[in-house]
Design a protein around this ligand. Structure first.
Ligand code: ZN
Length: 161
């Protein structure tokens, strides 16, 4: 069971085991926002509700917050939708899958960086091939952006709900 830790600014920071969230709370370092229904941690005499989310009492400075670029992270950023046809992963055919598409193709010197990649279904990606989106009249519906680790953690959690 996991617990989402929010910074004082409301920005999601990380997932920790619920017991660690509880420990933060008991040590006065965080306040419980939501508890996991029906889940408790027991000591000899006491029982404590396990938190689903906590907010830190003091601001935590975060360094290197940009998420690493992997397909898993990319699809999370783009909510598992093709940037061209807009279909969700669930709407793809049995032989289709989500892929990483480079706006400026790698073959043309495009970088493998957050701002140059979008999620594309395999069909749209093949149609585009090594051409620029404008050349095929196939412009992505989304503008790529650089996600932080916290943003992706929050997205993953929202998916599960
Ligand atoms: Zn598509």
């Amino acid at each position: 069971m996991q617990c989402l830790v929010y910074n004082t600014t409301g920005e999601p920071l990380e997932l920790v085991p619920s017991l660690m969230g509880l420990a933060l709370h008991l040590r006065g370092k965080a306040v419980i926002l939501e508890v996991l229904p029906g889940r408790v941690a027991r000591s000899v005499r006491l029982s404590f509700p396990l938190p689903k989310s906590v907010v830190l009492c003091r601001h935590r400075r975060v360094r290197s917050r940009v998420a690493s670029l992997s397909n898993e992270h990319l699809f999370l950023r783009d909510e598992h939708r093709c940037a061209y046809c807009g279909r969700h992963r669930r709407e793809l055919g049995p032989r289709e899958r989500l892929t990483r598409d480079h706006l400026v193709p790698r073959a043309r010197g495009g970088a493998d960086t957050w701002l140059n990649v979008v999620t594309a279904c395999s069909t749209c990606n093949h149609r585009k091939d090594d051409r620029l989106a404008e050349e095929v009249g196939h412009v992505p519906r989304v503008t790529p952006w650089v996600p932080t680790r916290g943003e992706l953690v929050a997205r993953r959690l929202m998916q599960k709900r």
